[in-house]
Ligand binder design. Structure first.
Ligand SMILES: Nc1nc2c(ncn2[C@@H]2O[C@H](COP(=O)(O)OP(=O)(O)O)[C@@H](O)[C@H]2O)c(=O)[nH]1
Ligand SMILES: [Mg+2]
Length: 247
């Protein structure tokens, strides 16, 4: 079963890469793959905020975070729920490209901004394209989340350090993600909200969450700080596994 899925996914990625090369022939010899990556994690962890750093227009449909909302009251008190008034109902989506130059300097840009001039100007050697799916984190939208996570090639898992049930939520949620992806793929974890004072970071949570240093990163989606690092680490892991260095 998993083998069939693996083959089907590979076939689809090859077809997509060929389509990309037909449309952007100047990427020939530089394209390192076209992947589906999902950015997932519990509701309120910062998925939408992170994706907007790459593409401000990438967001899906946002709905009131709570069922029973008095809109009049909310209008008068916009900070009533300081942790955010809305939650993602569908999913956030954008296409980005990771550019690597000859010195392995990495940069992520919106794919729609790519051009032959940029590739030349930046002396780009390798281009990796990602379809980024930001999932809805709320339980009531779990079926839409399953769709957004389905058959991803890699996962960025965002952790909210101010979640009072962090460990429990982390384990439950991860179990669902692995099930939804339908096959074993690399996962990189990012502890968000590092701009806040006195929150746990990767240093404190590595052992607690039974992860290794290499798969856990600190970031602040709000300030768009360190958001490329987890993605670059994910690519590296995906490509290493593809080349069969690790199983
Ligand atoms: N302080 C801080 N707040 C953040 C950060 N990232 C997201 N938030 C806030 O957390 C709330 C939920 O963010 P959102 O991106 O909607 O989370 P999602 O449910 O995972 O998509 C919003 O009020 C964001 O402004 C961050 O890095 N630092
Ligand atoms: Mg969201």
């Amino acid at each position: 079963m998993t083998e069939d899925i693996e083959l089907e996914v590979k076939k689809l990625r090859i077809l997509t890469a060929n389509n990309v090369l037909n449309t952007y022939p100047y990427l020939s010899g530089k394209l390192r793959g076209v992947y589906k990556v999902c950015i997932t994690g519990n509701s309120g962890s910062g998925k939408t905020t992170m994706i907007r750093c790459f593409d401000p227009e990438a967001h899906g449909r946002e709905v009131p975070r709570y069922f029973y909302v008095d809109y009049e009251m909310l209008k008068k008190n916009p900070d009533l729920f300081p942790e955010s008034n809305t939650a993602t109902q569908t999913f956030d989506f954008t296409v980005v490209a990771l550019l690597l130059d000859g010195d392995s300097k990495a940069e992520i840009i919106k794919f729609s901004e790519i051009s032959e001039e940029i590739i030349e100007q930046k002396k780009v050697k390798w281009v990796t394209i990602f379809y980024l799916f930001g999932t809805p984190g709320q339980w009531r939208f779990k079926d839409i989340r399953a769709f957004a996570e389905r058959r991803s090639d890699g996962v960025i898992f965002i952790i909210d350090p101010i979640d009072s049930k962090l460990k429990e939520n982390f384990e439950d949620f991860r179990e669902q993600v692995i099930k939804n992806v339908e096959r074993k793929v690399p996962i990189i974890y990012a502890i968000n909200k590092q701009d806040l004072p006195n929150v746990f970071g990767a240093k404190e949570l590595t052992a607690e969450l039974k992860l290794s240093e290499k798969e856990l990163f600190d970031m602040s989606a709000l300030k768009c700080q360190n958001i490329a690092k987890p993605i670059i680490a994910l690519i590296k892991k995906m490509q290493e596994e593809e080349l069969g260095k690790k199983k």
